[in-house]
Design a protein around this ligand. Sequence first.
Ligand SMILES: *Cc1c(COP(=O)(O)O)cnc(C)c1O
Length: 361
Amino acid sequence: MTNRLDRGFQMYREQFENAALRVLRSGWYIMGRELETFEKDFAAYCGAAHCVGTGNGLDALYLACRALGIKEGDEVIVQGNTFIASVMGISMTGATPVFVEPDEYYQINADLIEEKINEKTKAVMVVHLYGQTAEMDKITEICARHGLKLIEDCAQSHGAKYKGQVSGTFGDAGCFSFYPSKNLGAFGDGGAVITDDEETDKTLRMLRNYGSAKRYYNEVVGVNSRLDEMQAALLDVRLKHLDALTLERKRIAERYLKEIKNPKIMLPKLREGSEHVYHQFVIRCKNRDRLAEYLEEKGIGTIVHYPVPPHLSKAYAYLGLKKGSLPVTEEYADTVLSIPMYNGITEEEQETVIGALNAYV
Ligand SMILES: *Cc1c(COP(=O)(O)O)cnc(C)c1O
């Protein structure tokens, strides 16, 4: 069993099909009523003033950085153990990503941020990795004290909360991906930025549409990155069920946490006050590759999120960071393993996963 995205479709099949037909028959496919509705609904769900749909999560990150004025010569702080898109969102502006080690919850270690701040630092990008929020009270305080922008990468944390507040609403911009496997997944690519700031909202709307507020009058060099009507309509269907879908993920996680008992396997730790939405259920194991092979033989698909940390990837070799420069990040890359966690996984399938992990020697 691997991530079965079709299960999430079957759950609300008729509603998805009706929405798709409505769009097909409407004769309007880009920047219309469906997008307006979804933007309004998603902003309300998060408790933000504005939401701007984008073509994908990477563009959401890149355009948020640009809208907040981040440019060549600037530095942006980000955690070492993230999906490469977080880092690319920064470097696409010409700015330099500066990595901070994660804490025991896989989030940026808030206590290590300040030592990386200098006169070039413009922003901190927080990634709520795997669906658990970072230590936001410390991070918002540091950003405020140093006059830094705060960007949240919420691609894995739709609806996750820290001390009751929804991820994406702590800083200047919250960036989302609606890639099909995300907690709020589309049926293709999609993304969005939420913000409370009217100017940022206006700038984002321009940037995503060739830098124009008025058609064919271009004020800046923008991009073409829009959330299309089909994806917006389908996302609006799923958004109405997101709380139920998250609850299902939590139930699966509770079961894993209670029933997986093997000293060779480290279960994820939960931060006090942080509500985990379990985009991934990530365990750790010394001999990770052997465990993954063992599970594969039993028909259980696993994924490593992520085997090569950005600072050791070829893409970022130009930063000159060598192996050993981020030991915690590198250790996580060598030991993490994501086990099956998706909506619609059956009780039986969960039992198979638990049984296999407990029998591993
Ligand atoms: C998926 C993801 C992204 C990028 O989203 P796309 O829509 O695939 O571009 C960015 N950051 C994180 C943490 C992600 O998991």
